[in-house]
Design a binder for this molecule. Structure first.
Ligand code: SAH
Length: 268
């Protein structure tokens, strides 16, 4: 998890999750970007096993289920998100996906998959919870040789940046780094870095920040007069303002990685 107190930027994780129950997504992304990342993955068949870690309410899981063969298990720590996911499973029945997609409550740092069993691990905007390097290392064990890991993660676009945005990120997620440094970590962890691309701005604005207005309304009604809720909303607004002010310095990138098979010991 992010830290010992189960807080993000000082707010109780449960409160944050409750807020994001009412949003379209719980992190930057879009259906188009999910499909773009999927287009780099070429090993899937009807027999494939796929895990979506930190799936949230399952928006991208359902996109995957509609466009990739195989069975998909979405895993999230927060039961409220999985409940919402289950409602989507009902819709999946109509699309004839019911035997191919399911959501379960679980933790990305304690997975119950067999070692070397998964063809693809997906994780949009969630690996930060375990930490990028730790996730790369631990999740690799569950992939078949040649299996894929597709993750999206916050990145710096420049080597230097203004103190205000640097300090904000150091209080939120110290592992944010430049794309070349992340790619080097991928290589070092035993993957081939197959593709990397930066998410377009609409993934932040249209799909992440703008839908929060509706969630704010619902949340204010539910917790009328709560100081902590007002503080959370103010903090979310600050995040959106910082993004519009400093989007030349940071964003979100997708990394598509393939588990490397080493036939001989090499020094790295
Ligand atoms: N993939 C979704 C959600 C991203 S937000 C999207 O892109 O919209 C990050 C998600 O990670 C949240 O749903 C949060 O509940 C989940 N999460 C946090 N810690 C986790 C853990 N230890 N194991 C599994 N999921 C976790």
């Amino acid at each position: 998890m992010n830290n010992d107190n189960n807080t993000i930027l000082g707010f109780d994780v449960n409160l944050i999750c409750d807020f994001f129950l009412n949003t379209e997504r719980q992190g930057p992304g879009s259906p188009e970007v999910t499909l773009k990342a999927l287009s780099f993955i070429d090993n899937l068949t009807d027999k494939s096993l796929i895990a979506d870690l930190g799936c949230g309410t399952g928006g991208q899981t359902m996109i995957l289920a509609q466009h990739a063969p195989g069975k998909i298990t979405g895993i999230d720590f927060f039961p409220g998100f999985i409940e919402r996911f289950k409602k989507k499973e009902k819709k999946a029945e109509k699309l004839n996906l019911q035997n191919r997609v399911k959501g379960i409550v679980g933790s990305m740092d304690d997975l119950s998959f067999e070692k070397n069993s998964l063809d693809l691990i997906w994780s949009e905007g969630a690996i930060y919870n375990i930490g990028f390097e730790r996730g790369l290392k631990e999740w690799r064990n569950y992939l078949k040789p040649g299996g894929y890991l597709a993750v999206s993660e916050s990145v710096w676009f420049t080597d230097q940046r203004p103190a205000e945005i640097h300090d904000f990120w150091m209080s939120a997620y110290t592992e944010i780094d430049t794309v070349p440094n992340k790619v080097a970590q991928i290589q070092k962890a035993g993957y081939i870095p197959v593709a990397t691309f930066i998410l377009p701005e609409n993934c932040w604005i249209e799909h992440y920040f703008t839908p929060q207005a509706k969630a704010e309304e619902i949340f204010r009604r539910k917790h009328a007069g709560s100081r902590i809720v007002e503080e959370l909303i103010t903090s979310n607004h600050r995040e959106a303002e910082l993004y519009s002010k400093y989007k030349a310095y940071y964003g979100h990138a997708f990394f598509i990685c393939k588990k490397r098979i080493l036939t001989e010991k090499v020094s790295e």
